[in-house]
Design a protein around this ligand. Structure first.
Ligand SMILES: Nc1ncnc2c1ncn2[C@@H]1O[C@H](COP(=O)(O)OP(=O)(O)OP(=O)(O)O)[C@@H](O)[C@H]1O
Ligand SMILES: [Mg+2]
Ligand SMILES: [Zn+2]
Length: 381
């Protein structure tokens, strides 16, 4: 069963159901297009050459056997290897915690290693994981990428706001003023049920709109603040077309494939993969700290080929702006696009913990001892 055609608003239809041979003949399904090879995740024509690097020396955490390895900068580095080979140990416990500790920003456990050289080559190290972007319904995609302030400012400059004396804070659901005080701007109320789980109900005061009636009467280009929060990212890009800076921020959400999300969709309802890409978009929209090392642990979990293509384009945009990426990945279509691969293993647990081979995907494919190599060989032709 293939569901789509696209995501969110543009999805929700049963595109195809049937056996595999019939799916291959389907003209509409995106999945079929990738299966036939009409659409594909392309192998880059050339790999970036290694220049600067961070060196990890003598790592012995968990199953790692005195691992010494270079992490090249300003490129896409994939950490590969079977489950249990030591990828998360090397990247989270040693590289991330080790760099954070050196910067004085880490108090908890750091994996065992002798030395990390080259930390001064990066301005910052950021872990972009699939954990939620916020635990309250007040946080949402547009607040996370820091675009809501600009929207509130637009509402504050309307003639209606000026005549009533409303300022930008009246259009916030985080502070008293314009928000509905019955639900304190969340649009829902939690009812505690004895012996049962709590239930979330739409607030009766504002009917879920989060704002007071008077505030909802203020319109910008015919829409009130609640209507605007209901717009999808793609609709909002057109609606705010005259406000350049706002549009360029919203575009980063579209660039990572989230153009279908509604601006006000509560952070608590985003999927893990969506949350991770909202974080990525926030980093794309900043662009100030260019020498940042970004770490991703299996960013393609739950993503379709089509989403992976968008994610890879976003990765390349980060690299072009000077960032370095270290990505733990099992997906062979992502690994084949890496500039440099660090393959751990050869197996899991006590059978792993060593560097099997490092280098370009082409080099990994030639290494007989590498499980990753066997599969890369098939896709690199
Ligand atoms: N806290 C721990 N204490 C002891 N052993 C651990 C601990 N965490 C991980 N290990 C072991 O270290 C080895 C490497 O684990 P790690 O999580 O680094 O694997 P991985 O390559 O990231 O695997 P996956 O692809 O499944 O995420 C495994 O054998 C694991 O059981
Ligand atoms: Mg892991
Ligand atoms: Zn309310």
């Amino acid at each position: 069963m293939d569901i789509g055609l696209f995501a969110g608003e543009l999805g929700g239809n049963l595109v195809f159901e049937g056996n595999f041979d019939d799916l291959l003949k389907d003209e509409i399904s995106l999945t079929a297009r990738y299966l036939r090879g009409d659409a594909e995740i392309k192998i880059p024509s050339k790999r970036k050459a290694v220049k600067d690097k961070i060196e990890i020396i003598g790592s012995r955490e968990h199953n790692l056997r005195n691992v010494t390895v270079d992490i090249p900068l300003e490129m896409l580095v994939c950490i590969t290897g079977v489950s249990g080979s030591g990828k998360s140990t090397l990247v989270h416990d040693v590289l991330y915690a080790g760099l954070k500790k050196q910067r004085g920003e880490w108090q908890s456990h750091v994996g065992l290693f002798k030395e990390i050289i080259g930390a001064e080559l990066i301005d910052d190290v950021v872990l972009v994981d699939q954990s939620p972007i916020g635990r309250t319904p007040r946080s949402n995609p547009v607040t996370y990428i820091k675009s809501y302030d600009a929207i509130r400012d637009l509402f504050a400059t309307t003639a209606a706001s000026k005549s009533k004396g409303y300022n930008a804070s009246h259009f916030s659901f985080n502070v008293p003023g314009g928000r509905c005080e019955i639900c304190q701007g969340s649009g829902t109320v939690t009812v505690e049920m004895q012996f049962l789980a709590d239930v979330e109900l739409t607030c009766e005061g504002c009917r879920g709109t989060r704002f007071r009636e008077e505030i909802l009467n203020v319109k910008y280009k015919g829409r009130n603040i609640h209507d605007v929060l209901q717009l999808t990212v793609r609709e909002a890009i057109l609606f705010f077309k005259d406000t350049k800076k706002l549009v360029s921020r919203l575009k980063t959400l579209d660039d990572v494939g989230l153009g279908y999300l509604r601006l006000g969709q509560s952070a608590t309802t985003l999927s893990g993969g969506e949350a991770q890409r909202v974080k990525l978009a926030a980093h794309l929209s900043q662009k100030t700290k260019s020498n940042t090392l970004f770490i991703f642990d299996e960013p393609t979990t739950g993503l379709h080929f089509e989403d992976i293509n968008k994610l890879l384009a976003a990765f390349r945009a980060l690299i072009d702006s000077g960032a370095s990426l270290v990505v733990i990945e099992h997906n062979i279509d992502v690994i084949k696009t890496a500039d440099y691969v660090i393959d751990l293993g050869p197996d899991g647990g006590v059978g792993g913990g060593e560097v099997v081979v490092t280098g370009t995907p082409e080099k990994i494919a030639k290494e007989v001892a590498s499980h990753t190599g066997k599969y890369l060989k098939k896709v690199l032709k």
